[in-house]
Design a protein around this ligand. Structure first.
Ligand code: AHG
Ligand code: MN
Ligand code: MN
Length: 337
């Protein structure tokens, strides 16, 4: 058996020819995201030491301001992408507007990045796993000019790559360029992401459903009926409150993740660009499905604004189909042809 370790950088370069029109830029960009992930990982691992190092907002021993971790992650990712030379702009969950990046040394950059720098913010202070989610689009605007909002408002079907990093019991980076999904676990002893999960496929069904059951009474009737069904079927309920962690478990073990509309969030809570599209792309690449509560395929939703929210049901294909059947039965929605 061949036990040779394959690092993320090596893997990305080997797979370069699978990416349409790739000429090395996307490879470089993915590599830079890998570097940023290592930096964020280092800081996430230190988060438990905050009481010793100083709480967010205070100054640490070296006199630096201690930042909230989500803002730190945002800053580090932006820094790495700005220095990459391959990225024309960034739209981040943490920034109201997109950030255009000026070309380096007159070199045109073909890609823009959308990201949720730290997903699961309510879990940061209590040592529960959080993650980074990203998506990469080819820009639509002229590469010699500053990028525009149109570059970011592309449907998920236009994603050229998407991935996430989960800072969990171990740190894992999972990504796709549209030719399957692969996972790389960070070996902290050598500081490298090493190929650990090749060509990930989601089970057709699973034994878990993942939803904030506390909002049950705020969900529409069809959602409540479907959740009752999950409970009748004896599926286990798992809900971390970090979407990327919940979706990661489902990717490996099968199941369904739901974030329907509530009274507080009539459009759903999660963001189309930063969370739902990248994770939907990965799920579909692994054989899963992702739709909203109006039964539209997530990846086909036309974005109209950067911070647009969307409802979502994502996971094992047979379970998403089942959820769809409940919606068709109990709701008065016009089902897309
Ligand atoms: P973020 O931390 O990036 O703002 O995302 C929060 C998310 C998501 O990760 C999670 O699934 C969801 O919010 C949890 O929301 P509820 O607490 O309403 O269940
Ligand atoms: Mn998030
Ligand atoms: Mn976030």
């Amino acid at each position: 058996m061949n036990n040779r370790i394959v690092t993320l950088d090596e893997f990305i370069i080997r797979r370069q020819n699978e990416i349409p029109f790739a000429s090395g830029e996307l490879t470089g960009l993915l590599r830079d995201i890998g570097v940023a992930a290592k930096i964020v990982n280092r800081e996430v691992n230190k988060a438990g030491l905050l009481n010793i190092l100083g709480a967010a907002g205070s100054e640490n021993v070296t006199g630096d301001k201690v930042q909230k971790l989500d803002l730190y992650a945002n800053e580090k990712l932006i820094e790495c992408l700005c220095n990459s030379g391959e990225c024309a702009g960034i739209a981040s969950e943490e920034n109201e507007e997109f950030i255009p990046i000026q070309p380096m040394d007159g070199k045109d950059s073909k890609y823009v990045v959308v990201m949720d720098p730290l997903d699961g913010s309510s879990n940061i202070d209590v040592n529960v796993s959080v993650g980074t989610i990203f998506g990469i689009y080819r820009r639509l605007s002229d590469p010699s000019e500053t990028c525009t909002q149109k570059d970011f408002l592309q449907k998920g079907t236009q994603l050229v790559a998407a991935g996430y990093v989960l800072y969990g019991t171990s740190t894992i980076l999972v990504y796709t360029t549209g030719c399957g999904v692969n996972g790389f676990t960070l070996d902290p002893t050598i500081g490298e992401f090493c190929l650990s999960h090749q060509n990930i496929k989601i089970p057709k069904r699973g034994n878990y459903y993942s939803v904030n059951q506390g909002y049950y009474l705020k969900f529409d009737v069809e959602m409540r009926r479907y959740i009752d069904h999950c409970s009748d079927e004896n599926y286990g309920l798992r809900y971390i409150g970090t979407m990327v962690s919940d979706v990661h478990r489902i990717l490996f073990q099968g199941g369904i993740f739901l974030y329907p509309n509530t009274r507080k969030y009539p459009q759903g809570k999660l963001r189309l660009l930063y969370e739902c599209n990248p994770l939907a792309f990965i799920m579909e690449q692994a054989g899963g499905k992702a739709i909203n509560c109006s039964l539209e395929r997530i990846l086909e939703i036309e974005p109209t604004e950067l911070h647009q929210r969307v409802t979502i049901a994502v996971g094992s294909p047979d379970m998403v189909d089942e959820m769809k059947a409940f919606v068709e039965k109990y709701a008065k929605v016009t089902v897309p042809a």
